[in-house]
Design a protein around this ligand. Structure first.
Ligand code: GLN
Length: 466
């Protein structure tokens, strides 16, 4: 196997064994980026000199290069969020997850392309152009962490960070055939993650296998004084033998078998669930039909408030030759933001506006609570909820650009985890020769350890089935 096909944990072992040194490994990845990025467009910035020379091989990651979505702050690197608004903005500090990774011996390889401000499901909304799916160049990589997923799938980086507000780690992982893990809300600090919808945002990992996701999670998770929405306990360690001698109970969503889901995905899901050592029961959660509408009220509402800070004064882009301050605000925001971001700001402002707040935002908050209660009822009986991550495999460029609602509906299986703050993972389940698609497993909030240890077992089983 080539170095770029190998999971991160094996590369770390090779470095520790002295078979390769981290500086030459990083150079190999840089070379692969320079060869392949012109066609994939997965990176917005590349760190030509990440300085792996002084990293001890005794550190956990021993100098491994990692790619980072361009809405996570890395000191002295650009932080564009895929937007003209922040095109030349340089971060003055490291996000908490970045300082923890660096402390564990990681180096930052570069910043990956994304839908502008993480709004999108196809990466077609980046100011820096589309990312290409390495499996099929006519297809989208998914979004909004499409650059991270494309980079890991194409072997331009051993592993990557993404952010997941409504599925942006899991959906592109599903489309590109890699693992995507979104931890429980509050397990990873959001300090240094540019806010999109603060009650839903969570940093996650895109990796070649579950073990890599576990390693990165264990390094990054845990309380941080900079983020007061965090779970105030050290995350329990991942015990790979947790499920030994136990049979997990899985609730499979009946919507997984609806006509909207591709026939081959339904068939494969049935096969996979039959093959797992688990008790599997189909459950119907009618409230799920409201998840996408609820998400697309709450997320734009929070976004419209978060994005108010881009005013031409404090950060990044400002138009020239302004007449007065209103003219500056107006033209800076009109030009600096792309179409989808403006759509979200308008929706968000509308659902929060006087007279409509109770009707839309208030109602969505109530529906979110009902949805939480319903899912917690399910989790009182079952360990996991299973469904496909996406109802189709990767779609073609342009296919959903004319109709934003078509694009929003692709998030049907992923938004629930964010609405209730639960951890969820996408593991590739496609057959060999097919375009990729993933199995999604979700557990109750805070049960990250149980979910990850069962995911490792599931991944083994799926490999046997290929
Ligand atoms: N596709 C969803 C959206 O456009 C999710 C985005 C995300 O998770 N960042 O809002």
């Amino acid at each position: 196997m080539e170095y770029y096909e190998i999971p991160m944990h094996t590369l770390v072992e090779l470095i520790k064994a002295g078979d390769i040194d981290s500086a030459s490994l990083r150079n190999k990845f840089l070379k692969r980026i320079s060869q392949n990025n012109p066609s994939l467009n997965a990176f917005i910035s590349v760190n030509e000199n990440p300085g792996s020379e002084n990293i001890s091989v005794d550190s956990k990651l021993a100098g491994i290069p990692i790619a980072v979505k361009d809405n996570i702050a890395v000191k002295d690197m650009r932080l564009t969020c895929g937007s003209l608004m922040l095109e030349n903005y340089i971060s003055p500090y490291d996000a908490t997850v970045i300082s923890r990774l660096k402390r564990a011996g990681a180096v930052i390889l570069g910043k990956t392309n994304m839908d502008e401000f993480a709004m999108g499901s196809s990466n077609e909304y980046s100011y820096f152009g589309n990312v290409v799916n390495p499996v099929d160049s006519e297809r989208v990589p998914g979004g909004s962490s499409g650059g991270s997923a494309s980079a890991v799938a194409a072997g331009l980086a051993p592993a990557a960070l993404g952010s997941d507000t409504g599925g942006s780690v899991r959906q592109p992982a599903s489309f590109c055939g890699v693992v995507g893990f979104k931890p429980s809300y509050g397990r990873l600090s959001r300090w240094g993650l540019v806010a999109f919808a603060s009650s839903l945002d969570q940093i996650g990992f895109i990796t070649k296998d579950v073990q890599d996701a576990i390693i990165l999670y264990e390094i990054c998770a845990g309380p941080d004084e900079h983020d007061n929405t965090m779970i105030n306990e050290s995350p329990p360690p991942i015990d790979y033998s947790f499920w030994d001698g136990k049979i997990p109970k899985i609730a499979v969503l009946s919507q997984s078998f609806s006509p909207a889901v591709d026939e081959k995905i339904k068939q494969r899901l049935r096969q996979v669930l039959d093959y797992l050592d688990a008790e599997v029961v189909e459950v119907t959660i009618p409230e799920l039909d409201y998840a996408v509408p609820v998400y697309y009220i709450i997320a734009p509402a929070e976004a419209s408030a978060n994005l108010a800070r881009y005013d031409g004064v404090r950060y990044g882009f400002r138009v020239e030759e302004v007449q007065d301050i209103m003219d500056m605000y107006f033209r800076t925001r009109s030009q600096g933001f792309g179409k989808e971001v403006k759509r979200r700001i308008m929706i968000g402002t509308f659902v929060l506006s006087a007279g409509y707040q109770e009707k839309y935002f208030g109602k969505a908050q109530k529906a979110r609570r009902l949805f939480y209660n319903k899912l917690m009822e399910v989790f009182s009986e079952y360990d996991f909820v299973a469904c496909p991550t996406t109802s189709t495999d990767a779609f073609k460029f342009g296919e959903k650009l004319d109709d934003p609602v078509e694009m929003y509906i692709t998030d049907i299986f992923t938004v629930s985890a964010n609405l209730i703050g639960a951890p969820a993972i996408s593991i590739p389940m496609h057959r060999q020769g097919e375009l990729p698609y993933g199995l999604q497993l979700m557990s109750a909030p805070r049960k990250d350890a149980e979910l990850l240890s069962f995911s490792a077992i599931t991944e083994d089983k799926l490999t046997q089935m290929r």
